[in-house]
Design a protein around this ligand. Structure first.
Ligand code: IPE
Ligand code: IPE
Ligand code: MG
Length: 274
């Protein structure tokens, strides 16, 4: 992917994440963008509570950041952005918060439909459907359907999603095909699993951003994150703005991704081989 981040988007980004020992010129590095960005949109409750507001106000304000991220991705030509909206563990939360989240989701799917179309985004949803209210599913399917031919970024919402649950689902699907004689056990490889995940067809995650400061993956895209570059900010999701997103992308552009191999620009060998 060769799309360039316009200078205006990176000029005022914070530089603290980019000036480590491996940094190249940030503007040159901005030539390298991720194909797939995944975001753990965390810190909504803390954002609201620190302002004396109920937690749900943080969720409501988080929609503005969702809009900013999807708009920026489509502008930059990023192939896919996956947003963690509800984990399979979030059902442990109070009923009132969950009801609000479902309402907000439905409202988003209706009210943002026009903008999704205007921005040319293609909506995809990953996660379990069976625990979601019927009214949410109806609006979800409508938005997926109308946006299915759009040429822009694939906007992937992870709703009632859990990485372990997804892997168990893939295992069941593989076993069923083996039992039915459609699949030979000895041919099962990484691709077999990749192709049976909700994310089949999407590139692996290149950059994983987490807001709210926690240094954990919270059951998000466990398989797909294998070689993702990680970027964590203390900023809570409702305050995550364009400058900070640009800083994350800029940092990504400076990373030396070795995938277990060696750097593309090798330093002098310490083993003195000839
Ligand atoms: C993330 O924000 C949104 C969801 C999990 C739905 P939180 O609600 O987890 O906010 P904090 O982490 O408690 O501040
Ligand atoms: C992860 O945030 C899930 C989403 C952002 C949807 P959590 O707030 O649920 O994560 P933990 O519980 O702090 O790990
Ligand atoms: Mg949280």
């Amino acid at each position: 992917m060769n799309a360039k981040i316009p200078d205006s988007k990176i000029s005022d980004a914070t530089s603290s994440e980019t000036d480590d020992a491996h940094s190249a010129d940030p503007k040159a590095a901005a030539n390298r963008l991720p194909d797939h960005v995944a975001i753990i949109m965390d810190g909504n409750g803390r954002w609201a509570q620190s302002r004396g507001m109920p937690r749900i106000e943080g969720h409501r304000r988080g929609v503005d950041s969702v809009r900013m991220v999807s708009e920026t991705c489509t502008e930059l030509g990023i192939e896919a952005v996956t947003l963690y909206c509800l984990s399979s563990e979030n059902w442990k939360r109070p009923k009132a918060e969950l009801e609000f989240l479902m309402q907000l989701l439905e409202q988003y799917l209706v009210e943002e439909r026009e903008l999704i179309m205007k921005q040319g985004l293609r909506l995809k949803v990953i996660g379990r459907r069976d625990r979601l209210p019927a009214s949410v599913l109806v609006e979800m399917d409508k938005t997926i359907e109308v946006s299915s031919d759009n040429p822009g970024t694939q906007l992937v919402l992870a709703i009632d999603y859990g990485g372990r649950d997804e892997l168990a689902m893939a295992a069941r699907s593989i076993c069923r095909d083996v039992q039915a004689g459609l699949l030979d056990v000895d041919t099962i490889d990484e691709e077999t699993i990749t192709n049976r995940l909700y994310t089949a067809g999407l590139p692996d995650v290149d950059l994983m951003i987490r807001t709210g400061g926690e240094m954990r993956v919270s059951n998000f895209l466990l398989w797909q994150l294998s070689y993702a570059e990680l970027w964590v900010t203390e900023t809570c999701w409702p305050d995550f703005d364009r400058q900070e997103f640009a800083a994350a992308l800029e940092s990504f552009g400076c990373r030396d991704r070795r995938f277990g191999g060696l750097s593309e620009t090798p330093v002098e060998s310490t083993f003195g081989e000839t």
